[in-house]
Ligand binder design. Structure first.
Ligand code: ADP
Ligand code: ASP
Ligand code: MG
Length: 440
């Protein structure tokens, strides 16, 4: 028996005909359309038509939109032209404008079609965040105004990615943040479901832009989706998955351009589901590896090296420490590539004070990860992974594991090769159809 909301979805999505005879009560649906889906006036018009198909079935619709594709990058580049390190507060004032354009255009498209719609910025519907500009976290949403608008029969269109802090300053939620706006709104409004419409048909075994025969998943557990998102699969922002898990928001990823059921993010592992060891492969390109070689092998040394980097607000990802026979120690760790210069400066000072032999930065690395809850019950995954990479002559620089993932750091030039080799070694492909449906 499907979840009630999954059942609901089958009737409320007019494009997916299965079970469509059954009648269900009106629902409240939050839909989010990403940058490519609203990338031109024509595409915004197509989104308006899609929303109307739901509206005509009697559903209440709250829409969250991203900026038109390329707009957030364009605004970021403008800021960088102005100064090297723009203040985060002004960055947020600038970046939040992208979404404001889209909400207005979408409402115009709906009004042109005879449907009443109202656009709102994050501040206007009181999406209250903390003050961490450019990476703010949502604290609270007051749904009163949205509910009142819905009661008047309006489609409500909310700007994604933005909120306000308690002083009224505009904040943004980090790249990909409109996903989080949508899921947080769905939680606050107690929506029947949250649908994330994007430029691929759902969540695949890996990025379908890298592997042609990546397979579309009908469902994936929250736990796996959380790992994939945190390890680089940008199809959902990690915070949105966290919200969906915490507030039990029924969440589905689907295509804006083609009808279909997409991928359901499930709360539980379904017991009758076949139990593949691996759900998917994620990768992160923008990493850098820093090494401090020849420091003394004594207690507290890792803290002395890593501590100052973390204290500077730089997120340290993978860490390895190797003690050599001569009593010295090498410590390597990875950070986001954009932070590597800052991290390098910090550890150069630390290395001098510790009389380290050498400091090295490598910005041509990447991280590839296998994810699957089935790893708990399947043995031999790691050795199969290492063999697949060895067969391609790919050297592994760092390995890290957790209960449901194995990550390796390798040279960036091997990224595509590694992902494809692992995808085929673990039989993740879809032999039937290269399942791609990508719009740019
Ligand atoms: P949007 O603008 O709609 O938010 P994004 O570009 O943020 O879209 O996310 C969708 C993209 O995520 C896809 O075009 C795809 O290239 C990428 N992606 C990475 N990993 C996956 C995956 N496992 N499944 C689906 N898409 C993925
Ligand atoms: N426009 C923002 C970005 O490009 C937020 C989003 O699209 O989710 O990251
Ligand atoms: Mg996105």
């Amino acid at each position: 028996m499907p979840e009630p909301w999954a059942r609901h979805w089958t009737v409320s999505n007019p494009g997916w005909k299965e079970n469509s005879e059954t009648e269900f009560a009106m629902a409240l649906i939050v839909q989010k359309y990403g940058g490519t889906s609203v990338g031109s006036v024509e595409r915004i018009e197509a989104v308006a038509d899609k929303i109307i198909r739901f509206r005509e079935q009697g559903d209440d619709i709250v829409v969250v939109v991203s900026a038109m594709s390329g707009e957030t990058n364009r605004l970021t580049a403008l800021a960088r032209e102005m100064m090297d390190q723009p203040t985060p507060r002004e960055m947020d004032v600038l970046l939040s404008t992208g979404e404001q354009v889209t909400i207005a255009l979408l409402c115009m498209a709906l009004e042109k079609r005879g449907f009443s719609a109202r656009s709102f910025t994050g501040g206007q519907v009181k999406i209250l965040t903390d003050t961490s500009h450019t990476k703010a976290r949502i604290r609270e949403i007051d749904g009163t105004r949205i509910h009142a608008q819905l009661e008047q029969g309006n489609v409500v269109v909310v700007a994604g990615f933005q909120g306000v802090d308690d002083q009224g300053n505009i904040t943004t939620l980090g790249r990909g943040g409109s996903d989080t706006t949508a899921v947080a709104l769905a939680a606050a409004l107690e929506a029947d479901e949250c649908q994330i419409y994007t430029d691929v048909k759902g969540v695949y075994t890996t990025d379908p832009r890298v592997v042609d025969d990546a397979r579309l998943l009908t469902s994936i557990t929250f736990e796996e989706m959380l790992e994939l998102a945190s390890l680089g699969a940008k199809v959902l922002q990690i915070r949105s998955v966290e919200f969906a898990g915490k507030y039990k928001v029924p969440l589905r990823v689907l295509s804006s351009f083609e009808d279909g059921p997409g991928t359901l993010i499930t709360l539980e592992e379904e017991s009758d589901m076949e139990d593949p060891a691996i759900a998917g492969i994620a990768f992160e390109r923008d990493e850098a590896k820093l090494t401090v070689a020849g420091v003394p092998d004594v207690p507290g040394i890792a803290y002395k090296v890593i501590g100052p980097v973390s204290e500077a607000g730089i997120e340290v990802d993978v860490i390895v420490q190797n003690a050599a026979a001569d009593g010295s120690n090498d410590i390597s760790f990875t950070v986001k590539r954009a932070e590597s210069d800052r991290a390098h400066k910090i550890i150069t000072d630390v290395a001098a004070s510790l009389k380290a032999r050498e400091v090295d930065v490598d910005t041509r690395i990447c991280k590839v990860s296998l994810v699957g809850v089935g790893m708990r019950s399947h043995a031999g995954i790691a050795s199969k992974m290492f063999k697949a990479l060895a067969d391609e002559g790919i050297n592994i620089q760092i390995i890290t594991t957790s209960e449901i993932k194995i990550s390796v750091v390798i040279e960036e030039k091997y990224l595509e090769l590694a992902v494809r080799a692992l995808h085929s070694a673990f039989d993740l492909g879809d032999p039937e159809s290269p399942a791609r449906s990508i719009e740019d």
